[in-house]
Ligand binder design. Structure first.
Ligand code: BMA
Length: 365
């Protein structure tokens, strides 16, 4: 089976890295090997978005002097998340801060520090709408992707300004391996690169142009590429915009729970069933295409279910060889917008119990 071959490569790489690595081994190779070694042991890394930058009702004030030891996840579990997500929306404009008001200097420092502590970094990107001047959620035009491609009126801006700014930031991370996850949730239509806003070929060209620039033109050795449509789609829709085996390293899935009027019990059951259905076909594709897989974004906003971690999320993911599961951010300025428990929150004991499960991996401080 092809998977065995890929596993063999991963094992060889893992053996190399424990032996000090080889000169030709890139940061990307090292992270692939690390992720495979956890998957082989049946382990799932836990991840949290923006964990070191801010949390529920706090944020890093002076990032240049702050030692970045504060974390909502650590305050509850005693450990950092093994994976941390960071967001680059705004980097394409040359802004100093991201769309979530986080200084890009802080993001760089936090990502490098997390990797030095032994953690894994993933990066998302919600760029602005270059045609209308709106944000990533501005879906008023279905010409945006087309305008960025070769022959389009904004191709020059994309190739000579936006991608270089993105490339400069990613290059500034040095040897830090990064799971880069651009153009996400493409199976839905809430971003300007969504399924009703561009054709499958245009989407693939957008993804491949981004990959070509960063990987070939810039030669960045630290990027793993993740394709992450939204859940709730058919297997065919999931793969309809797949950019290609030569580009993608991980098959991701973004899937959130939303509470319906019948309450969090039945909503949690439906969410878990849907995650199991979707991860089922993502798993089949991951075998067929020799790729790692992950639950790239998930969560229940405000986590009103006191047992969400051990009775909803864990049963939904435990049977799948996902490299990691990442819950979204704990906003410091929106009191109800959080996806990890924080110290003193009602759901914290269950989050702690989740962190102590044998197959769930956090990062010891
Ligand atoms: C969304 C929300 C927004 C945020 C965006 C990008 O899901 O959390 O508040 O701006 O992600 O991080």
């Amino acid at each position: 089976m092809k998977k065995c071959l890929y596993m063999l490569v991963a094992w060889t790489l893992a053996a190399c890295s424990t032996g000090g690595g080889t000169p030709s081994e890139t940061p990307k190779d090292q992270l692939v090997a690390k992720l495979f070694s956890h998957v082989e042991k049946g382990e799932i890394l836990y991840g949290h978005q923006d964990d070191l930058c801010y949390g529920h009702a706090w944020k890093v004030e002076d990032w240049e002097t702050d030692s970045l030891t504060r974390s909502d996840v650590k305050a509850v579990t005693g450990k950092y998340p093994a994976v941390m997500g960071f967001e680059l929306g705004g980097i394409e404009m040359g802004d100093r801060k991201s769309l979530d008001s986080v200084d890009f200097g802080l993001i760089r420092k936090a990502a490098k520090l997390h990797a030095e502590r032994g953690g894994v970094v993933t990066i998302s990107w919600h760029p602005r709408n270059p045609l209308t001047g709106g944000d990533a959620w501005d879906v008023s035009s279905d010409q945006v992707v087309k305008s960025l491609l070769e022959g389009g009126e904004l191709h020059d801006l994309f190739i000579n300004t936006w991608l270089p700014r993105l490339g400069d930031f990613l290059e500034s991370l040095g040897d830090t391996p990064v799971i880069f996850r651009p153009w996400h949730e493409c199976s839905e239509s809430w971003f300007w690169w969504g399924s009703r806003l561009c054709s499958a070929d245009e989407y693939k060209a957008l993804f491949r142009t981004t990959w070509q620039y960063l990987t070939e033109t810039r030669g960045l050795p630290n990027l793993l590429w993740c394709y992450s449509p939204n859940g709730g789609c058919s297997p065919d829709d999931y793969m309809a915009r797949y950019p290609g085996d030569d580009v993608i390293d991980l098959l991701g899935l973004d899937q959130y729970e939303f509470i319906a009027p019948d309450g969090f019990g039945p909503s949690g059951e439906r969410f878990a069933a849907e995650v199991i259905r979707s991860l089922g076909f993502v798993h089949a594709f991951s075998i067929g295409h020799d790729k790692l897989m992950c639950l790239s974004e998930t969560g229940l906003e405000g986590i009103p279910d006191p047992q969400w971690w051990t009775e909803v999320l864990y049963p939904a993911i435990k049977a799948f060889p996902i490299a990691y599961v990442l819950t979204w951010r704990n906003a410091c300025d929106k009191p109800g917008h959080f996806y990890a428990a924080w110290d003193g929150f009602a759901n914290a004991p269950d989050f702690q119990a989740f962190s102590e499960l044998d197959s769930i991996v956090f990062l010891n401080p």
